[in-house]
Design a protein around this ligand. Sequence first.
Ligand SMILES: *Cc1c(COP(=O)(O)O)cnc(C)c1O
Length: 383
Amino acid sequence: MSIWKIPLFEPDIAEEDINAVQNVLTRRWLTMGEETLRLESSFAKKIRVQTAFAVSSGTAALHLALLALNIQPEDEVLLPSFTFVACANAVKAVGAIPVFVDIESDTDWTISPEDLEYKITPRTRAAIVVHYAGFPCQMNRILSIAQRHNISIIEDCAHALITQYDQSYCGCMGDIGCFSFFSNKNMTTGEGGMIVTQNDELADRIRLLRSHGMTSLTLDRHQGRAISYDVNIPGLNYRIDEMRSALGRSQLKRLDENIKRRQNIYKIYMDCLSGLEAVILPFTGRKTDKIGFHIFPIALAEGFSRIDFMQALKEKGIQTSIHYPPIHLFAAYRNSSESEDRSCPLTVNVAQREVTLPFFPHIREEEVEWICQIIRNGIEHGT
Ligand SMILES: *Cc1c(COP(=O)(O)O)cnc(C)c1O
């Protein structure tokens, strides 16, 4: 039993999801096979991308992206500090140097194109950009900077499933897009992810790198298409399995419906919380009809205590969270980002004040209104 009346997140698992997984177990082909191929082609079609490879996690997708781009030790990779630490850990995993970039402003928490360009050096090879909370980064500006300086762009779309920017979906604009199907993402396979690209050469490398660099898969050999294999590049095992792929396929079918629910919940929060002196709502003024909202983040105005705020909600049984503590302030990253021109002052300021409220497709409208009411009351009484 959960200690929360309203948890931060609850996955949407339906009867058909359970059946899909059971069917795989009954058929007894468990490693990457037909279900995975079907998930990949449905996903690619959905976001109109040329190739999609299902993988074991979003972190695996990020790591594969850096390997496919042949990022070498001592290369520099730009990324926001205001994101999940997986992005920086993947950079470290290939021996490269993460260089942290600030957010755009107090209320636009995506990466700043200006700061990104400012932090480019002759050693910069790539940038990871994160579509925070589902809001797209300023891709036009980012892509033109990337072209000018000849650096690759990896889009971290863990929050942006499914988000449109101009005519494209997030994940299809940079060189590589990385998605996560972790339990709390907009669709889930428990653990899992997807890596996508429009580039054939990168696709060939990703295909090999996902499975030890081997030129044939277990399925090919099982189906008699191959009896042996060569190893072209040293890869890893970042394969997904058929239970997860079946779950993913079933989840993908309900994704649009769940995003509509998310859009509705988002709107209720925005209406109920607007006009409060203590609550700053980010991304106001952005068009919202093509956003696959992932989390509902707010910032408290200067002078309000986040600990008290979170505690007051906790006492009512409402779970909240923080997205994110800045990566460059974590013990493992502090030393690599101490020099002044690597600082991220806006990130540090906003990150101290950010609170994430409960947000998931099946939260009830009354529950959202109740949360907002508690926030309003609390603030009136001076928390
Ligand atoms: C969830 C997440 C990841 C990592 O995905 P996993 O599937 O958990 O490995 C990476 N980046 C961001 C922004 C995320 O939210």
